[in-house]
Ligand binder design. Structure first.
Ligand SMILES: C[S@@+](CC[C@H](N)C(=O)[O-])C[C@H]1O[C@@H](n2cnc3c(N)ncnc32)[C@H](O)[C@@H]1O
Ligand SMILES: Nc1c(NC[C@H](O)[C@H](O)[C@H](O)CO)[nH]c(=O)[nH]c1=O
Ligand SMILES: N[C@@H](Cc1ccc(O)cc1)C(=O)O
Ligand code: SF4
Length: 456
């Protein structure tokens, strides 16, 4: 079993209910709002017996696939986007993460070797401009919590005024590092160029942008929005149950902090996504409690455009190196997670299948288990690659059209917020983005080239 070590934790929440699988399935088929007990019965295919029952699993997947059809129809969407991570420097120490490099290695006086990077605002702008010219219309930017990162000059001053700032507020001035990431506001201004949609600032990053101050999340997201931010990625969610966070990311904000940040982003008028990062130490009860938190948040805000399940990639992570976790979720667990997300989250229209985490074949399978979105072109990928993922760093429009038509569905490009959707005719001669200000349908790269070698 993938979850060989899940039993070792003395968790308060365990997958036990007084509901039956049959009743839960009936509720799901009837379209009733599911309870936590219903969700646990469905995702375990019944708590009264060990393991996953193949027939019951198929029944859950079928109900989810039908619901997907009713809610969003037959289209499979994707976005023309680019990932631009500003820095990998981070001291937060999450045990599932190998994206980060200890920030002391980035100090000007350090001789330690590392494969990480920090981009100045000018460098970020160049990366985004080059992509925009090629027709990309979204940039996703998530980064490590670099100790020299501050919201703006005022934040630098406040942080520098703290006694023992490195220890108390995780701050060191930029001149101690080989590269200055600039301020968050400078990075926002740099990346919001050429009409591109800027999707950035997770709740954890928003926390970093207000550490050591009495500013509210609302104040921080308002200033970020004024500097060009368009929507916020709901990563850093991991599992929204504190007894799990205490194990896998003790340095992160807690569940309530994550919810507060997201609610503030919505209050200032930003759209957002929500995620779950699953398949490590948590059990099925935690997964469903997480879905309940997300559903409640959406009831309050209505601002969540999509739900993005992130299956834990284990090989190079501290959780795996330390023998805490042997592997990630199994295919059965992945399929049930997608299906139950579709059935449980009755107020979120779009469920994403991540080819980065699942690969193409399993990623496509997810599109008949309840998912309807197939992510984006991304052009580069660091988080999963560094964790040991092997499914590549980009997809062209041509590859998307081929894969989606092969499973008998309609390919469509979408804007980040799904407000604009364009069906793509698979009979066209060539495939490229058309929804951005500089998108004229030209393919992102020629067959046989990669984003790095493609000529613009
Ligand atoms: C790497 S962080 C970058 C942004 C910021 N530092 C934060 O934590 O919000 C973004 C997200 O990547 C996901 N992630 C990191 N390592 C992963 C892994 N090994 N497998 C799957 N997802 C992972 C986590 O959900 C995390 O919140
Ligand atoms: N699931 C993953 C994503 N999803 C985010 C999308 O790429 C896109 O930014 C979002 O849907 C908003 O339009 N991105 C990754 O880099 N890796 C993933 O695994
Ligand atoms: N960057 C995240 C994925 C992600 C980004 C933005 C989102 O809105 C959702 C998910 C990862 O690879 O794990
Ligand atoms: S998940 Fe984010 S906060 Fe945690 S270690 Fe990785 S980069 Fe840092």
């Amino acid at each position: 079993m993938a979850d060989a070590s899940r039993g070792e934790f003395d968790f308060e929440h365990v997958p036990e209910t007084d509901q039956s699988f049959e009743n839960a399935l009936r509720n799901a088929r009837d379209g009733d709002r599911l309870t936590v007990a219903d969700g646990i019965e469905l995702i375990t295919t019944g708590t009264e017996s060990e393991g996953i029952d193949p027939e019951r699993k198929e029944a859950v997947l079928e109900a989810a696939d039908r619901r997907r059809e009713e809610v969003v129809g037959d289209r499979v969407t994707f976005v023309a986007n680019l990932n631009n991570n500003v820095t990998t420097a981070c001291n937060t120490g999450c045990l599932f993460c190998n994206f980060k490099d200890s920030s002391h290695k980035f100090r000007a006086d350090s001789t330690a070797e590392h494969a990480g990077f920090t981009k100045t605002p000018a460098e970020s702008r160049e990366v985004v401009r080059a992509a925009a010219k090629r027709g990309i219309y979204e940039v996703t930017s998530v980064s490590g919590l670099h100790p020299a990162f501050a919201l703006d000059d005022e934040h630098h001053e406040i942080l520098a005024g703290h006694a023992n700032a490195a220890r108390t507020v995780n701050y060191r001035p930029p001149d101690e590092y080989d590269t200055d990431p600039g301020t968050y506001l400078e990075q926002m201004r740099a990346m919001s160029t050429d009409g591109i949609h800027l999707h950035s600032m997770t709740p954890e990053e928003a926390y970093h942008a207000r550490r050591g101050t009495d500013w509210s999340y609302e104040e921080v997201y308002r200033r970020l929005k004024n500097a060009g931010l368009s929507s916020a990625p709901g990563t850093a969610a991991e599992i929204l149950v504190d007894e799990v966070r205490d194990v896998i990311c003790p340095g992160k904000i807690d569940t309530q902090g994550w919810l507060d940040a997201m609610e503030a982003a919505a209050t200032v008028g930003l759209d957002m996504t929500a995620t779950i990062m699953y398949g490590h130490v948590e059990n099925e009860a935690h997964r469903i409690l997480h879905l309940e938190k997300v559903r409640d948040l959406q009831d309050r805000t209505g601002a969540i455009t999509e739900f993005v399940p992130l299956s834990f990639i284990h090989p190079n992570t501290p959780l795996h190196d330390r023998g805490i976790v042997e592997s990630g979720a199994t295919d059965d667990e992945d399929e049930l997670l997608i299906a139950v997300s579709r059935l449980f989250l009755d107020n979120i229209e779009n469920i994403q299948s991540s080819w980065v985490k699942y690969g193409d074949q399993q990623g496509l399978k997810m599109l008949s288990c309840g998912a309807n979105d197939f992510m984006g072109t991304i052009l580069s990928e660091e988080i999963t690659k560094r964790a040991g993922g092997e499914f590549g760093e980009y997809r062209s429009f041509a590859e998307y059209v081929e894969m989606i038509t092969a499973i008998g569905r309609t390919p469509a490009e979408r804007s980040t917020d799904y407000r604009r959707i364009r069906d793509i005719d698979p009979e066209s001669e060539s495939f490229g983005p058309r929804l951005g200000p500089q998108s004229d349908g030209t393919p992102l790269f020629d067959a046989g080239t990669t984003p790095a070698t493609a000529d613009d």
